[in-house]
Design a protein around this ligand. Structure first.
Ligand code: ARG
Length: 577
């Protein structure tokens, strides 16, 4: 569509130059002004001319009229000036010859580009904290992060996905104490991460007490935990072995969830990896005079930038979350020489990222402006905030299991002979959750209603996957079929092609705003257009052979675009449901 927009724009600019040689924009500028009118009666594309009025020194009505006068361009069936708008109607035959042909030729590449060729993007996402629950709050970083990776790869960037595991910190001291006091190796080997989380919750409750239940706080346990962590930092063999074991158990569990989502990472270098890389950065900060002492702690004062200070070292000299992020960024720049480093976390960490990005800038690293924080809104479940303490956590694996089970039950009833039921149930169940989640703009705080996410009515993931399966079934029934020219006759066919033609533009918009939700909404548009076509146009029963062939190819093209779009938002395709 961009090519057509540019061709149209070039012609418009020629006419504008005749009207006023000095006031015309460039073709690229004008192409960007072309809009898709919400009401198709106003055309398939429209140029609102009031935007040009000032530089052109003409009224919008005069401008639109001048452009429309005798306008002709391949791909445009008709064009007219209406109330200061220049409206264009696309030619169905052109859509068949160009859009359809192109989709069928480019297939899994359709919608992609190579604008990112030669550039490196590093993405830090998912990054759960070991031995803490991997819950629905992590769904955002995991699926938004992976979608952003797929989107960048789709337009040619080389990407490195990093799972920056929260595998270091005082929580390990607590866990070691808890394990030594109450732990049982066999139980943990069987129960996995759930057992670790239970130990972690138990020790936290013991340390801080519970007024309601009349359990007094036990500060001694807190001291013991700090001592165990200190031993770990000093390289104590026993504690190191325990730590490694805790990390492995947690990772094995995360992997199951990643596999269900089709996610893999290129690096699992977690926080622990940066232990020996921090001193050099702290030293640099000190040499540059950026560190100040505040009640014994070392901080970078950010008052000038309207931010609270960035904490670098605690009073006891131990490092902090920002210290590690700074060291990790320097390491990643050296290792990957990224053009962009993206971090996906909840908006709760906005200040943290703003602070340490600023510190990186103050340190004189000229790549500070290549760091991008992509935040997302909070998730509450059925109206209540997530809280490990009150037990209001929904683990991702449980959520997925519920969805899979529900899909399985429906399939047993409706399609009991389906092959590979487990695989399909997993793809559709997990897809339902992901689709539901990603249909929201990422910055919105969302209230996750389990029932809605697991409902398969309306604009849901299962509906999208069902539509994809429908395109596959048409192809299968049609068998081999050749077609050297397409005949687009029905308006539903042209409408579907117009939607399919916009794929790359949606990809670009999603990239520009780091918004995978645009792709989810686009999928729904394709489904709606395809289903209108499917219900109104006989496909396999169309009498005219060329019309039949065109429609089968159109179904194939819709399937290709849906499949490509699914791949960008962690959704798996299933040919049968
Ligand atoms: N582990 C952190 C958490 O769960 C997220 C890490 C995000 N990435 C980063 N480089 N700080 O809150």
């Amino acid at each position: 569509m961009q090519t057509l927009k540019l061709t149209i724009a070039e012609q418009c600019v020629d006419r504008l130059r005749t009207l006023n040689p000095d006031g015309a924009p460039t073709a690229a500028e004008l192409a960007a002004m072309l809009e898709y009118p919400p009401d198709p009666k106003m055309g398939d594309l429209a140029l609102p001319c009031f935007k040009l009025s000032k530089t052109m020194r003409r009224s919008p009505v005069q401008i639109a009229a001048a452009i429309a006068e005798g306008f002709a361009c391949a791909g445009v069936e008709r064009a007219e000036a209406v109330n200061g708008y220049f409206n264009l109607y696309l030619d169905p035959a052109w859509l068949g010859e160009n859009v359809l042909t192109r989709i069928l030729a480019e297939r899994e590449k359709y919608g992609s580009s190579d604008i990112g060729a030669g550039k490196e993007v590093v993405l830090d996402y998912s990054s759960p904290n070991v031995a803490k629950p991997f819950h629905i709050g992590h769904l955002g970083t995991t699926v938004i992060g992976h979608s952003l990776k797929c989107l960048h790869e789709f337009v040619g960037y080389h990407c490195t996905g990093i799972n920056y595991l929260g595998d270091w910190g005082t929580q390990f001291g607590k866990l070691i104490v808890a394990y030594k006091k109450w732990g049982n190796r066999e139980l943990i080997e069987q129960g996995g991460i759930d057992e670790l989380v239970a130990l972690y919750v138990r020790i936290n409750n013991a340390i801080s007490g519970n007024e309601e239940k009349g359990i007094p706080a036990d500060p001694v346990l807190g001291d013991e935990a700090r001592a165990e962590f200190h031993k770990l930092e000093e390289g104590d063999e026993e504690n190191l072995a325990l730590w490694r074991w805790f990390v492995d158990i947690s990772l094995a569990e995360y992997e199951k969830t990643y596999k269900q989502l089709g996610i893999t990472f290129d690096s699992y270098k977690g926080e622990s990896f940066y232990t020996d890389k921090m001193p050099a950065q702290v030293e640099k900060l000190r040499e540059q005079g950026l560190l100040t002492l505040d009640d014994g702690a070392s901080i970078v004062n950010l008052e000038e930038y309207n931010m609270p200070p960035c904490l670098i070292l605690k009073r006891d000299g131990s490092t902090l979350y920002p210290t590690r992020d700074i060291a990790a960024a320097v390491y990643r720049k050296q290792t990957y020489n990224f053009d962009k480093a993206i971090y996906v976390t909840s908006a709760g960490q906005n200040l943290h990222f703003a602070q340490w990005f600023k510190v990186v800038e103050l340190m004189g690293y000229d790549w500070y402006d290549q760091l991008v924080h992509v935040p997302y809104g909070t998730v509450s479940v059925n109206g209540a905030k997530l809280a490990t303490r009150t037990g209001n956590v929904v683990l991702l694996k449980d959520l997925f299991a519920m969805a899979i089970e529900k899909v399985r039950a429906i399939m047993d009833e409706k399609n009991p002979d389906l092959q590979n039921k487990d695989g399909v149930a997993e793809a559709v169940g997990v897809g339902a959750i992901v689709f539901n989640y990603l249909s929201n703009n990422r910055n919105r705080d969302i209230n996750f209603i389990l029932e809605d996410a697991l409902s398969f009515e309306g604009n849901t993931g299962p509906y999208a996957q069902y539509t994809y399966a429908r395109t596959c079934s048409i192809l299968e029934k049609a068998g081999e079929l050749s077609c050297d020219a397409y005949t687009v006759t029905a308006p539903e066919e042209a409408d579907l092609l117009k939607v399919l033609a916009r794929f790359n533009e949606r990809v670009m918009a999603a990239l520009e705003e780091y918004e995978p939700s645009y792709i989810v909404r686009y999928i729904l548009e394709v489904c709606a257009a395809f289903n209108r076509f499917y219900h109104n146009c006989p496909i396999l029963t169309a009498e005219d052979a060329q019309i039949r062939a065109t429609r089968v190819k159109l179904a194939e093209a819709a399937g290709i675009v849906l499949g490509n779009a699914f791949g960008l938002v962690c959704m798996k395709k299933t040919e049968k449901i």
